[in-house]
Design a protein around this ligand. Structure first.
Ligand code: 5GP
Length: 173
């Protein structure tokens, strides 16, 4: 089967968007310390770029969620396969995601994190994909809105492929 990669965002455009997001985050937290919580695996490249643009004190942790569904969409049946390690009680938490699609993963995570009583929780995603949103969740920071399609690159994979591409593409089969 032939696959086509159609450019969505170049490396330079991504860089600009990450810088803008980081400026907003720094302004909003106004020197307060932040726990940046990345969702593995997709967010690790975006998170690495974002935190290096932040000028406020940050601590970093990761959580890994497995969601069972087809290769291109989540089923909403989510399991935590690696939990958080930092104590987020009474701390500001910024959840960093590669892409929000149905919103089910973030909805599950926000609910799960409540038991640790953080001071605040906000959501930062690089791509906000609006077509299949099933639950209303707060997307506090979004780098780029995509209405539909399946995107790869910049941490986003298809069957573990394309993750390391420095730009973002629509995958057309
Ligand atoms: P949600 O629970 O919001 O439907 O799904 C979030 C997860 O689904 C993302 O973290 C990502 O792993 C996967 N996903 C959703 N849409 C896309 C897409 O367009 N491209 C890729 N590579 N993954 C996607």
């Amino acid at each position: 089967m032939s696959v086509e990669l159609v450019p969505v965002l170049s490396r330079a455009e991504i860089e600009q968007k990450v810088k803008r997001l980081a400026e907003r985050v720094c302004r909003d937290y106004d020197k307060e310390e932040l726990v940046v919580l990345g969702i593995l695996k997709g967010s690790f490249i975006f998170l690495a770029d974002l935190v290096r643009e932040l000028t406020i004190p940050v601590q970093i942790d990761f959580i890994r969620l497995a969601s069972y569904g087809s290769e291109t969409s989540s089923s909403g049946q989510i399991q935590i396969t690696k939990g958080i390690e930092l104590d987020i009680g009474d701390r500001h938490v910024l959840v960093v995601e590669d892409i929000v699609d149905s919103g089910l993963t973030i909805a599950y995570l926000l609910d799960y994190l409540k038991q640790f009583h953080p001071k605040s929780i906000k959501v930062c995603t690089f791509i906000d994909k609006t077509e299949h949103r099933e639950v209303q969740i707060p997307v506090d920071y979004a780098g780029h809105v995509v209405e539909f399609g399946f995107v790869v690159g910049y941490g986003l994979d298809f069957d573990e492929k394309y993750r390391t591409l420095p730009a973002i593409y629509h995958l057309k089969q």
